[in-house]
Design a protein around this ligand. Structure first.
Ligand code: KG4
Ligand code: ZN
Length: 324
């Protein structure tokens, strides 16, 4: 079967064609216009989705070498996300479903990030129960994935999401958009050793929740002190701040996934969401995996970590197959 899938929950317009569980075409346009405002403006994002979505459909169908009439199922993200962005995808998907008479499935964004781990894998690659850490610009949550459609939230952030924290720290440092990339690039260039400048916030001993606002404030205070003495804020210092910050955030995330897997006696650790593309984070969890002998999976490609329509398509495929 062919599935035409849409993802427009934030600032990426993405359309995929799936042939069963295989992504045969993926067309994604990332909105660069938010560079000017240093953050996503919902109205600007919606207008940009409206302009990009039809070219993305054309590209995806051309790449898959099929016509719209060959599509058997339509899938679209319907929650959570920026309402004006979501609406653009929903209106287009609903209209297509209505005019072609094809069925449509509305998909949860977080569930689709989690299902991105099925792309280029088979169902038996996931060992249940698994602990899933979903980390994106809007979410930092831990789930116990008990069986394919049974997810229980076991931890969440009390304030900022980890990805949002990357983006806000980049903004404080005047690094531009997308902030996470500038931070990761600066951190990768730093050759000094880790000094533990910022706090490792793990909350209570058994807590599976997160809090990033204290860390964000500590980084702000540190940067403000450097700015007060401009000659201190050298290129080397910027690299050190990015490195120290990335190390602490990835330490918090990796320690929490380990804590969760041990508390819940889970058989696997899984990463999902935009921050799962971060190689420092993946390397740390991989090391934990080898130490505690619990397998670790993250999306096969960086494009499957970020917002993309293939993850919506594969979530719809499994749902449709199992008749849920
Ligand atoms: O899942 P996603 O594409 O969109 C949301 O649902 O929010 O996540 C995007 C966010 C970016 O804003 C950034 O904060 C974070 O994920 N991100 C990263 C990396 N790639 C994306 N953070 C750190 N390192 C990365 N390599
Ligand atoms: Zn996302």
């Amino acid at each position: 079967m062919y599935i035409l899938a849409f993802e427009t929950s934030c600032d990426d317009t993405s359309v995929a064609v799936m042939q069963d569980d295989v992504c045969v075409a993926l067309s994604t346009r990332t909105q660069l216009e938010h560079d000017v405002t240093g953050g996503v403006v919902p109205e600007v994002a919606a207008r940009s989705h409206a302009n990009a979505i039809f070219p993305c459909i054309d590209d995806a169908l051309a790449e898959a070498d099929i016509t719209i009439n060959q599509i058997d199922l339509i899938a679209c993200t319907d929650r959570p996300g920026l309402a004006p962005s979501l609406l653009t995808g929903l209106v287009v998907a609903d209209t297509l479903a209505l005019s072609t008479g094809k069925p449509i499935l509305k998909i949860d964004h977080i569930e689709s990030h989690i299902f991105a781990n099925f792309l280029e894998r088979t169902e038996s690659d996931i060992i249940f129960p698994a602990v899933v850490l979903t980390v994106s610009g809007g979410h930092t949550e831990l789930y116990l994935w008990k069986s394919i459609f049974d997810l229980e939230m076991i931890g969440q952030t009390h304030d900022d999401a980890a990805g949002e924290c990357f983006d806000k720290v980049a903004k404080m440092m005047g690094l531009g958009f997308p902030g996470w990339k500038k931070i990761a690039d600066l951190a990768a260039r730093y050759t000094g050793s880790f000094q533990w400048i910022f706090p490792l916030v793990l909350l209570e001993k058994d807590s599976l929740d997160f809090s990033f606002s204290g860390l964000k404030s500590a980084v702000k205070r540190y940067i403000d002190v450097q700015i007060a003495t401009p000659e201190w804020l050298t290129e080397e210092k910027m690299m050190q701040i990015a490195f120290e910050f990335e190390q602490i955030v990835t330490d918090i995330l990796s320690k929490k996934i380990q804590r969760a897997v041990e508390h819940k006696w889970a058989h696997m650790m899984i990463l999902a969401g935009g921050v799962s593309a971060n190689s420092t984070l993946k390397n740390k969890i991989q090391k934990i995996s080898e130490t505690i002998q619990i397998p670790f999976l993250s999306p096969k490609r960086p494009i499957y970590s970020m917002d993309n329509a293939a993850m919506v398509g594969i979530r719809a495929y499994y749902q449709y197959q199992k008749n849920i």
